[in-house]
Design a protein around this ligand. Structure first.
Ligand code: AMP
Ligand code: MG
Length: 412
């Protein structure tokens, strides 16, 4: 039913572009964490646990020696003690320890129940049968109490924690062979452009190497994702259809190129044809304005711009957070840190600028030096940068010394 003219929708103003934060919130709103699976500890590095980890045992499970030396009753020191046996790691002393007696003990071995202290080997004199203690030993010396690391039933890690080496070590120490984690996202990387050749192939006139495929695949390695790199699609609807159909079988599709307004930019239209519902297209960001984001069922579809620096920036600002959210990470916004501009920077009146900088530390602050060459095709210059600095849109310039947010690109 058509509306009378007077009730017609007002003619829409030119649409204000979404801010970075609005776009990220929209991405997050479309993420449903992936299903949970049981993962062997040897494959769990970098994964996010979907359960809290509690200790099933006391750790250490028994009172253990912190030194190589002798276990004894502190009240017998100083004095001469008879060595009645040995407790080594894995082979406890099985007898009773009487007054005036000691057992030789190694680090990590069970401290006999009747002993309450260990004296290091360096602090005693004597023979293998008899030792002399010149000074008094305090009760509890060099004894690691049972449960002094963690007690049975206590919380080791919250759900949503990412497992690094220490966390894997802790899980193993309490005897866990497997942990419950969110499934890793499976991601298709799909580069588009008739001009693209793979590194290693000869270049013909008008061709360039596919930088984004390897770059995005590398970025995915540090995002906990499994990757399928789909061969670059030429700029025909048919090639796009074939590549996107295959890509859409994954949890996440990351395409590069073909999201601008040119006649050969086909990612969005072919995506639509294949059932992708566009959530947004174009954001207030430089580089990266043409970013497109859509969904098909649970599959997230990121149409990154083709220029390599734009692709990189959009990956860090939107794709990496989405991949973390899929894995159940509790915090997914990029870890911005404060930095200080080391040189004046012209602001952009229309979009937030993510400039590429080299960082240096001076007087306790992170100094950000813009690299020379801030255009979105300049991936070789970007390779000299180690962080992105966020210059909020506005007029005029930010003088050197202005504090801005910075996102490190190289992390441990
Ligand atoms: P497009 O948005 O497809 O027009 O691409 C924008 C620019 O990025 C063009 O100059 C493309 O040649 C370039 N480009 C697109 N895809 C890639 C890629 N995978 N690697 C390097 N450059 C690319
Ligand atoms: Mg293209």
């Amino acid at each position: 039913m058509s509306r009378p003219e007077s009730l017609a929708e007002p003619r829409s103003e030119p649409k204000k572009l979404l801010s970075i934060d609005e776009a990220l919130a929209l991405v997050e709103a479309h993420v449903k964490p992936l299903p949970i699976e049981e993962v062997g500890l040897e494959h769990a590095y970098g994964r996010y646990i979907a359960q809290e980890l509690r200790a099933a045992i006391d750790l250490p499970p028994f009172a253990a020696s912190a030194m190589d030396g002798y276990a004894l009753r502190a009240e017998d020191s100083p004095g001469t003690l008879t060595v009645v046996g040995e407790s080594s790691a894995g082979s406890p002393y099985t007898g009773e320890l009487g007054p005036g007696e000691a057992v030789a003990i190694s680090t990590g071995a069970v401290v006999p129940a009747q002993a309450d202290a260990v004296v290091p080997i360096e602090s005693v004199s004597g023979t293998s049968e008899q030792i002399e203690l010149a000074s008094p030993i305090a009760s509890g010396s060099f004894v690691r109490d049972r449960g002094s690391d963690i007690k049975r039933g206590d919380l080791i890690l919250d759900a949503g924690t990412r497992l690094g080496s220490a966390q894997i070590g802790a899980a193993a120490a309490v005897g866990l062979a497997t942990v419950l984690c969110r499934r890793r996202p499976s991601v298709a990387v799909l580069t588009t452009g008739t001009e693209l050749r793979q590194p290693g192939e000869p270049l013909e006139d008008g061709q360039i190497y596919d930088a984004n495929g390897p770059m995005l695949t590398a970025a995915l390695l540090t995002s906990g994702a499994g990757v399928e790199h789909i061969p670059a699609a030429a700029d025909t609807a048919e090639a796009h259809r074939e590549a996107l159909t295959r890509a859409l079988e994954h949890d996440v599709v990351i395409s590069s190129g073909g999201v601008s307004v040119g006649p050969h930019d086909l990612v969005r239209s072919v995506g639509r044809e294949l059932g992708v519902r566009e959530v947004f297209w174009r954001i207030s960001l430089r580089p990266g304005k043409p970013l497109a984001f859509g969904v098909r069922d649970a599959t997230l579809v990121f149409g990154l711009p083709g220029n390599p620096v734009s692709s990189l920036v959009c990956f860090e600002l939107f794709v990496r957070p989405a991949l973390l959210a899929l894995q159940g990470a509790p915090r997914v916004t990029p870890p911005w840190i404060p930095g200080v501009l080391g040189a004046a920077v012209q602001r952009n009146p229309e979009r937030d600028d993510l400039i590429r900088v080299r960082t240096d530390t001076a007087e306790g602050s992170t100094v950000l030096l813009p690299v020379e060459g801030q255009q979105s095709h300049q991936i070789a210059i970007t390779a000299q940068a180690d962080a992105l600095a966020r210059i909020p849109m506005g007029s005029g310039e930010f003088p050197a010394g202005t504090e801005v947010a910075c996102l490190p690109l190289l992390r441990y």
